[in-house]
Design a protein around this ligand. Structure first.
Ligand SMILES: C[S@@+](CC[C@H](N)C(=O)[O-])C[C@H]1O[C@@H](n2cnc3c(N)ncnc32)[C@H](O)[C@@H]1O
Length: 294
């Protein structure tokens, strides 16, 4: 169980939807071509896509990583999923993919965004999936609340292995990831559990990040911000600002977790389909991914 210290510092989650402020969940849904977004999200996401067009492709790669993780888990006998920072349930999302692999799968989706949780709850209700899928409104750092929530208690047996997913969400968690998130999760999960993560990185500048050529911007002493800075500034307007970590910072956070081969790699390189098309790894703000055996 998580530390008493973590129990005492439970973060607060917003209880209402702020439709004037872009949300990471709705922006991500927009990148994936979904329909759960508002004007503020589209404006922020378009500004971001303008600066870093490969973001939509990275989101798609992340969704494919999710599919490969589910397949890997089910093949290894793990049929319970705790999805931290689940995002909206959409076609090709975790509940649909997991249940297609094995109808006995159980899924608990956890998200800090109340609109996400409401949407998942509606889908669960209308599809009569409440015996297998549930949603919990919580900050993922509040592990005690997640574990004690009736939905989690009803659907997940922590004495058996569970696949804990932290996909494209840990970069919304500032500070010490190891101490705040990964170590408590590790202590909670039974032997044989899996922990999958993907995380946006601040890559080293590439030649394409060269400063603006001499002109007006330079004449007033301004150079174009690098794409990572633009991404960060846009997410600063959301409820969940971004903490881009470098690859070595991420490796330090992962510490001595026992990573499944090939370890921490660009998200499209984790168990890629052998006959799939060659994909180009975007040079900037790429996602790194790994799966650990707990
Ligand atoms: C980029 S989406 C990723 C969705 C999904 N995990 C995937 O990979 O397809 C990030 C999600 O994490 C949620 N989120 C951000 N910070 C969170 C936190 N501290 N606790 C729980 N959820 C969080 C956002 O609301 C959003 O739905």
């Amino acid at each position: 169980m998580p530390d008493a210290a973590l129990r005492d510092s439970r973060p607060r989650t917003p209880s209402e939807v702020d439709s004037f402020r872009p949300s990471a969940a709705r922006m991500y849904d927009y990148y994936l071509g979904g329909s759960n977004h508002l004007a503020a999200d589209r404006e922020a996401a378009d500004a971001l896509l303008d600066a870093v067009p490969q973001v939509a492709e990275v989101a798609r790669q992340n969704r494919e990583f999710l599919h490969r993780v589910v397949e890997y888990a089910v093949q290894h006998g793990v049929t319970q999923f705790l999805d931290l920072g689940s995002g909206y349930a959409s076609p090709g999302g975790l509940p649909e993919v997991a249940l297609a692999h094995d109808p006995s799968c159980r899924v608990v989706a956890v998200d800090i965004d109340p609109a996400v949780v409401a949407q998942v709850q509606t889908i669960v209700r209308t599809s009569r999936l409440s015996g297998q899928v549930g949603a919990v409104h919580s900050d993922l750092r509040d592990l005690t609340a997640i574990l004690e929530h009736p939905v989690t208690q009803r659907l997940i047996d922590f004495d058996r292995p569970v696949a804990i997913l932290c996909l494209a969400v840990l970069h919304f968690v500032p500070g010490d990831l190891q101490h705040r998130v990964l170590a408590p999760l590790r202590r909670t999960a039974a032997r044989g559990s899996l922990l999958a993560l993907s995380h946006a990185t601040a890559a080293a500048p590439t030649p394409t990040d060269a400063p603006v050529p001499p002109g007006r911007a330079q004449s007033i002493g301004v150079s174009r911000p690098d794409p990572s800075t633009i991404v960060r500034l846009i997410y600063d307007c959301t409820l969940t600002p971004l903490t881009l970590r470098t690859e070595s910072e991420l490796r330090r956070a992962i510490g001595d977790l026992d990573l499944v081969s090939p370890g921490l790699v660009p998200v499209d390189r984790w168990h890629p389909p052998s006959s799939g098309p060659e994909t180009v790894v975007p040079p900037i703000s790429s996602l790194l991914a790994a799966v650990a055996q707990l």
